[in-house]
Design a protein around this ligand. Structure first.
Ligand code: AMP
Length: 286
C-alpha cells in the first residue's frame, strides 16, 4: 500500500492508473478505523480495480464546541489495517495540504436543499454538511474516483453527497454500505471509544428504540407522531437525551406520509458528552 500525503503524488498515481485503463474507488474516512470502515473498503474493492482510502480529520465539519482536537487519532493502526485489507493507496494529507488558502477562507460547497442540509443533523450541527461536502468534493477532485463508498450509518450525509454529485455533474457513482454493529446492536462509531462500559450498555437503547419503531411502522402503524414520541420516551427511559427521533421519507427526508412506502427512521441522542447517531430503513406494504 502506498502512503500518500500530497495532492501532487496522489494525482501522479491516479493518472498512471487511468492511463492503464483501470478504475478507481474511494473510501473517505476520518480514521480510528473499525469494522464499519473496513466493510466500506470491501465494497469499494468489488466495484473498481484500485481502492484509495483517505484518512483526514476534517476541521471544517466540526462545530466550535465539538471534538475536533480530541477526535481519536490512531494513524499507525489504521495504516496497518488498510494495508492488510489490500487497499492500494492511503491518502492522508495535512490540513494545510487540503486547504492551502487557509481553512477559514477556503471555497465552500453548500448543498442548499432545505430538507437535506438544514434539518436534523444540519439543525443540531450548523455548517456540518457544508464542511462535509467541501472536503468530499476536494477528495473527489484529487482522487478522481469512478466509485465512492459511504456508510448508511450517516444516512443524511449520504443523501447530501448524492445530491452534490448530481448537482455538480460529477462522474462518480456512490454506493452505500449497511451499518456494521456490535453484537449488542450498537452501531460501530469512532466516538464509541468515548463511552464507558456502562454507557455502552445504555447506548444500545438507541438501536433498540429504532428497531421497535421500525417494527411498528412495518406492521401498519401510520400514526408516525406517536411512533416518534414512543421512541423518544424509550431513549429517555434509558437515560439518553434525544435530540431527534423522526420518521421520514427515505428518498429525500421529507416528512413521512401514509402514501410513502420507503421510509427511514433517524435518531440522535446525547449520552453524557457523547452524541450517538443511528437510523433504520423501513419498507411498508402499501
Ligand atoms: P467517519 O470516519 O466517521 O467519517 O466515517 C467514514 C465512513 O464510514 C462514512 O461513510 C460513514 O458513514 C462510515 N461508517 C461509520 N460508521 C459505520 C458503521 N458502523 N457501519 C458502516 N459504515 C460506517
Amino acid at each position: 500500500m502506498q502512503l500518500i500525503s500530497t495532492v501532487a503524488e496522489m494525482r501522479e498515481l491516479v493518472t498512471a492508473w487511468r492511463e492503464a485503463g483501470d478504475t478507481i474507488s474511494l473510501v473517505p474516512t476520518m480514521g480510528n478505523l473499525h469494522a464499519g470502515h473496513m466493510s466500506l473498503v470491501t465494497l469499494a474493492a468489488e466495484h473498481a480495480e484500485h481502492v484509495i482510502a483517505s484518512v483526514f480529520v476534517n476541521p471544517t465539519q466540526f462545530g466550535p464546541d465539538e471534538d475536533f482536537s480530541e477526535y481519536p487519532r490512531t494513524f499507525d493502526m489504521d495504516q496497518r489495517r488498510l494495508a492488510r485489507a489490500g487497499v492500494d493507496a492511503l491518502f492522508a494529507p495535512t490540513v494545510e495540504e487540503m486547504y492551502p488558502a487557509g481553512v477559514d477562507v477556503a471555497t465552500q460547497v453548500q448543498v442548499p436543499v432545505s430538507e437535506l442540509s438544514s434539518q436534523l443533523e444540519g439543525e443540531w450541527r450548523p455548517g456540518h454538511f457544508t464542511g462535509v461536502a467541501s472536503v468530499v468534493c476536494r477528495l473527489f477532485n484529487i482522487c478522481t474516483p469512478d466509485v465512492a463508498v459511504f456508510g448508511q450509518k450517516d444516512y443524511q450525509q449520504l443523501l447530501v453527497l448524492r445530491r452534490m454529485v448530481a448537482d455538480l455533474h460529477l462522474p462518480i457513482t456512490i454506493f452505500a454500505a449497511p451499518t456494521e454493529r456490535a453484537d449488542s446492536g450498537l452501531a460501530l462509531s469512532s466516538r464509541n471509544s468515548y463511552l464507558s462500559d456502562e454507557q455502552k450498555e445504555q447506548a444500545v437503547a438507541l438501536q433498540a428504540s429504532l428497531a421497535a419503531a421500525g417494527e411498528a411502522v412495518r406492521s401498519g402503524q401510520t400514526d408516525f407522531a406517536s411512533v416518534e414520541a414512543e421512541g423518544r420516551r424509550q431513549l429517555e427511559a434509558a437515560g439518553l437525551s434525544p435530540e431527534y427521533f423522526t420518521v421520514r421519507r427515505a428518498a429525500d427526508l421529507s416528512v413521512a406520509e401514509e402514501r410513502h412506502a420507503n421510509l427511514v427512521i433517524l435518531a440522535a441522542a446525547r449520552l453524557g458528552d457523547v452524541r450517538l447517531l443511528d437510523n433504520i430503513l423501513v419498507t411498508r406494504d402499501l
